[in-house]
Write a protein that binds this ligand. Structure first.
Ligand SMILES: NC(=O)c1ccc[n+]([C@@H]2O[C@H](COP(=O)([O-])OP(=O)(O)OC[C@H]3O[C@@H](n4cnc5c(N)ncnc54)[C@H](O)[C@@H]3O)[C@@H](O)[C@H]2O)c1
Ligand SMILES: CC(C)[C@H](C(=O)O)[C@@H](O)C(=O)O
Ligand SMILES: [Mg+2]
Length: 361
């Protein structure tokens, strides 16, 4: 087998980021030995730690490293110690800078219920068994980026906070295509989520998504308003295959979808552009309440590494092996605290990582 070489930018970030990243890199090293893949990991600062050390949440050197890499593994950023900073200086700003800087407009957030974790969910087993859905979230537009934005003071001295939800037709068209393509490869059902009963931006969204229908005749398209979609996700999640939506609605619905799987600690994501390296990160945040205790669930980060292999590096065999190892560890009964149920074996973050590594062999 000829060895393939990849440069991976590693951005652990804040809170549990460094814990879940460390175990993920060990697993990738082992996977590399098995599949003749040579990873060069280069670590860089992002988020709160970057603010503390450089004064900037996304130092230019970090963005440069990312641009020169084949893929980017990100932990999470943010935490209470940086919460009082003005919006444009906060750690979370680094995410927006990275996403827009690399033009990563398509965010794939798959929520798949492992049969072993049906008991770990707060929903009834018959409601969530077999759920396997994909949220396609637009990531470089919408209310996160629209202008004007800011806190303004009017002539009367009253402050006014402003964000603008705006989408250009071309932005809707390109995320719509990603979603239709994904649905075509999966179960051929696409649900577009908007708020077209009240928002003009959503009316254009619906119009542009509808315009793609003739190009994907095999895919059945439906539309839901976001409030109903939030309700349907916990009422009858099995009805969904692919869901496509804007930046803010996708952020909220993907956290909700995560809970179908038992924990937000289970949900990976891939952020992709038309070209260039993607960012692969868990959907969850820095979990300040459990940081530094070796109790975080590393599986979302590990499954994000599997998405890096699959979508970023076209290493499908290694991606399959990693996902199979995760399933096997769950089958063997190992659980971090967030997915623990009676009769299973409680492990910490490092313990879970070690089990996944062992299951690879
Ligand atoms: N992509 C990112 O970097 C990202 C995403 C979301 C939130 N954040 C930031 O993270 C910080 C904390 O945000 P939050 O508390 O709203 O959301 P969070 O996702 O960090 O935590 C929410 C809850 O889920 C739990 N949790 C999260 N990940 C877990 C894991 N892997 N294993 C076990 N339990 C886990 C936490 O303990 C907490 O109880 C904020 O600063 C926020 O802006 C960053
Ligand atoms: C931290 C925040 C900026 C981020 C987002 O809203 O996109 C996070 O919630 C996510 O889901 O990746
Ligand atoms: Mg989020």
């Amino acid at each position: 087998m000829t060895e393939r070489c990849y440069k991976i930018a590693v951005l652990p970030g804040d809170g549990i980021g460094s814990e879940i990243m460390a175990v993920t890199l060990d697993i990738l090293q082992k996977l590399g030995q098995i599949y003749a893949i040579n990873f060069t990991f280069s670590e860089a600062l992002i988020g709160g730690v970057a603010i503390d050390q450089t004064g900037h949440p996304l130092p230019p050197a970090t963005l440069e490293l990312c641009r020169a890499s084949d893929g980017i593994l990100l932990g999470a950023v943010g935490g209470p110690q940086w919460d009082d900073l003005p919006s444009h200086l906060r750690p979370e700003q680094a995410l927006l800078g990275l996403r827009s800087g690399l033009n990563l407009f398509a965010n794939l957030r798959p929520a798949k219920v492992f049969p072993e974790l049906v008991q770990a969910s707060t929903l009834k087993p018959e409601v969530i068994a077999g759920v396997d859905l994909l949220v396609v979230r637009e990531l470089t537009g919408g209310i996160y980026f629209g202008q004007p934005k800011g806190i303004f003071t009017s002539e009367t001295g009253e402050q006014r906070g402003v964000n603008t939800m705006a989408y250009r037709a071309s932005e809707i068209d390109r995320i719509g295509r990603v979603a239709f393509e994904a649905a075509q490869k999966r179960n051929k059902k696409l649900c577009s989520v908007d708020k077209a009963n009240v928002l003009e931006v959503s009316q254009l969204w619906r119009q542009c998504i509808n315009a793609l229908v003739p190009e994907y005749p095999e895919v059945t398209l439906t539309h839901l308003y976001v409030d109903n979609a939030a309700m349907q996700l916990i009422r009858w999640p099995q009805q969904f295959d692919v869901m496509v939506t804007g930046n803010l609605f996708g952020d909220i619905l993907s956290d909700e979808a995560a809970m179908l799987t038992g924990s937000i600690g289970m949900l990976p994501s891939a952020s992709l552009g038309a070209t260039g390296p993607g960012v692969f990160e868990p959907v969850h945040g820095t979990a300040p309440d459990i940081a530094g205790q070796d109790v975080a669930n590393p599986l979302a980060q590990i499954l994000s590494a599997a998405m890096l292999l699959r979508y970023g590096l076209s290493e499908a065999q290694a991606a399959d092996a990693l996902e199979t190892a995760v399933a096997q560890v769950l089958r063997r009964g190992y659980r971090t605290g967030d997915i623990y149920t009676e009769g299973t074996q409680r492990v910490g973050c490092r313990g879970m990582g070690a089990q996944v590594a062992a299951a690879l062999a």
